[in-house]
Design a binder for this molecule. Structure first.
Ligand code: MG
Ligand code: ZN
Length: 227
């Protein structure tokens, strides 16, 4: 019985990867570089996007696909910054799933202004576990870990920290108020994902956000160089 269960999970992930490749082909056809943005709930994904995109000058034209279980609170925040944003709710036909998968992103494809953007940032549902298991057709993955969550998170959720190309360490303005040791965090991060780029920021104050902007702006060229 146990073996059958494992097989079902593997088949589901295979099916997801097939749809993710189809998404990827569609994004490529429109010349859109795609970022999957992941974190625990409340780590500051939306605030980081607000900060990064409100002072966005010569970089690629960015749109956002906003994943949430319910509601459009974050999409509404981003729309204030004149960013084209499409809401994707997992309780709307997807059983309130705690992550986005390739099929959900595919369902939003027709609503995305792919001809008007060069980069799509997909803000995933806040969750440190399953979003890391489901490719959605992205070129790169960013995960945000806030200092308030503690320095042990890379050891407790290694797949999430291993699956991304950039780790944003957010809320550094809170460091003196929480028990967070940066060296310990970086030591644990290096243990699970040696050499991964990490950027300390405060999305709230704006400190360090320039480096995230630069990383994003350079991504399309980096992706093309690898392809
Ligand atoms: Mg959010
Ligand atoms: Zn999930």
């Amino acid at each position: 019985m146990h073996r059958v269960k494992v097989r079902v999970v593997e088949d589901a992930l295979d099916a997801n990867n097939t749809i993710a490749r189809a998404n990827r082909a569609d994004f490529d056809r429109h010349g859109v570089t795609v970022v999957n943005l992941m974190s625990a709930p409340g780590s500051g994904k939306t605030t980081l996007l607000e900060r990064a995109l409100s002072h966005w000058h010569d970089g690629p034209r960015v749109g956002v696909l906003e994943g949430d279980v319910a509601g459009s609170l974050d999409a509404d925040r981003l729309a204030h910054h004149h960013v084209p944003v499409v809401q994707l709710n997992t309780d709307n036909g997807f059983g309130g799933e705690c992550h986005l998968d390739a099929n959900m992103v595919r369902s939003a494809m027709d609503a995305l202004p792919l001809d008007e953007i060069d980069m799509l940032i997909i803000e995933n549902v806040g969750n440190l576990v399953c979003p890391a298991e489901f490719r959605v057709g992205e070129d790169a993955r960013i995960m945000v870990s806030s200092v308030a969550e503690g320095a042990d998170k890379p050891l407790k959720y290694p797949l999430m920290f291993r699956a991304c190309e950039l780790v944003v360490i957010n809320k550094i303005d809170l460091i003196e108020h929480v028990d967070f040791d940066m060296d310990t965090f970086l030591y644990h991060l290096d243990a699970v994902h040696p050499g991964v780029t990490s950027l300390p920021v405060s999305a709230r104050t704006g400190e360090g956000v320039d480096a995230v902007r630069s990383w994003l702006a350079a991504l399309p060229d980096r992706v093309r160089a690898v392809a």
